[in-house]
Design a protein around this ligand. Structure first.
Ligand SMILES: Nc1nc2c(ncn2[C@@H]2O[C@H](COP(=O)(O)OP(=O)(O)OP(=O)(O)O)[C@@H](O)[C@H]2O)c(=O)[nH]1
Ligand SMILES: [Mg+2]
Length: 288
């Protein structure tokens, strides 16, 4: 069979996580309109009779400003080292030159293609301009385009990928769709809601730690801590008479239920851990 690793790279917001979900036809990675949503390397395993493609979403590439950022860039680095194919994602309606600079500096071992994303947001002229801009760049042998709003683009891209993957045995059992644990996805879905419902620095000062994950006969019980830097952020997350934490809890529970296809009981606590993003011990404890 054909099997191999395909790793995604790009600026924050390039559409990497959306692409993972689109190709997997499953919501594995959280998505938001804000930058720096993804903090881990998230693998999606696509297995068919005659092939297995291991897709890796990675954090958006940035210049690290604090230790959490450094860990995020380590996740990017691990993906730079092991792929059969690298997809370098560029948002069609973004500033291409910054992506160009980032891709030039990547030390890639694998074959790389530029993938122009979100083509539904631009007209044909702009799309052609983007293709021409990246054509012939030393870091990429091809330029492809995709819109996750166009279902037909999925098969097209998968076909192109399969053409270049080597023959070899599967890396993972056929029924595994990711290497991450279910509790990781639960914490991510809670974090996704925080990205959606809060603004300014709050999503960036927040992490979520699942403390309890118990599969009972009728439901799954999940207890999670939302960790923030400051008391003022805790107050915002709890909200007036607990309105925010209630809404967050309800909406996060619904997304976890649709992911697990099971009824969920979700309990959330907000904790203050000053400067956890700068603290290596906390970063270890929180799974970074
Ligand atoms: N219209 C349109 N929007 C898209 C498409 N792909 C992604 N988006 C939107 O672009 C935004 C960013 O998408 P993500 O998938 O979170 O981007 P990312 O590269 O994973 O970002 P980071 O995790 O921050 O590095 C979200 O609002 C998505 O809904 C697309 O094909 N078409
Ligand atoms: Mg992402």
């Amino acid at each position: 069979m054909r099997s191999g690793f395909v790793n995604f790279f790009g600026k924050p917001n390039a559409g990497k996580s959306t692409l993972l979900n689109f190709l997997m036809e499953e919501k594995l990675a959280i998505v938001s309109s804000k930058v720096q949503t993804t903090r881990h390397r998230i693998k999606g395993i696509l297995t068919e009779e005659d092939h297995q493609i291991v897709l890796s979403d990675t954090p958006g590439i940035i210049d690290p400003k604090y230790p959490l950022h450094k860990r995020m860039m380590e996740a990017v680095r691990s993906a730079l080292e092991d792929g059969d194919l690298a997809l370098l994602l560029v948002d069609a309606h973004s500033d291409w030159s910054e992506s160009d600079r980032i891709f030039t500096e990547l030390k890639l071992k694998a074959t790389a293609w530029v993938l122009i994303t979100k083509t539904d947001l631009v007209d044909g002229v702009k799309k052609q301009e983007a293709i021409q801009y990246f054509q012939g760049k030393p870091y990429a042998s091809r330029v492809l385009t995709i819109s996750t709003k166009h279902p037909a683009d999925r098969k097209k891209l998968l076909k192109e990928i399969l053409n270049v993957l080597p023959e070899g045995p599967a890396y993972f059992p056929a029924d595994e769709i990711s290497d991450a644990q279910t509790r990781f996805f639960a914490s991510e879905l809670i974090r996704e809601k925080i990205f959606e419902l809060t603004s300014e620095e709050i999503p960036y000062h927040t992490t979520v730690v699942v403390r309890e994950f118990q599969e009972k006969t009728t439901l799954v019980k999940i207890v999670a801590d939302i960790v923030v830097h400051r008391e003022s952020q805790k107050a915002i997350l709890i909200g007036e008479k607990g309105a925010m934490i209630k809404r967050l809890g309800t909406e996060a529970r619904q997304s976890i239920e649709s992911f697990l296809q099971r009824k969920v009981f979700l309990e959330l606590f907000v904790k203050v851990r000053p400067k956890w993003r700068e603290n290596e011990v906390f970063l270890d404890e929180y799974g970074y």
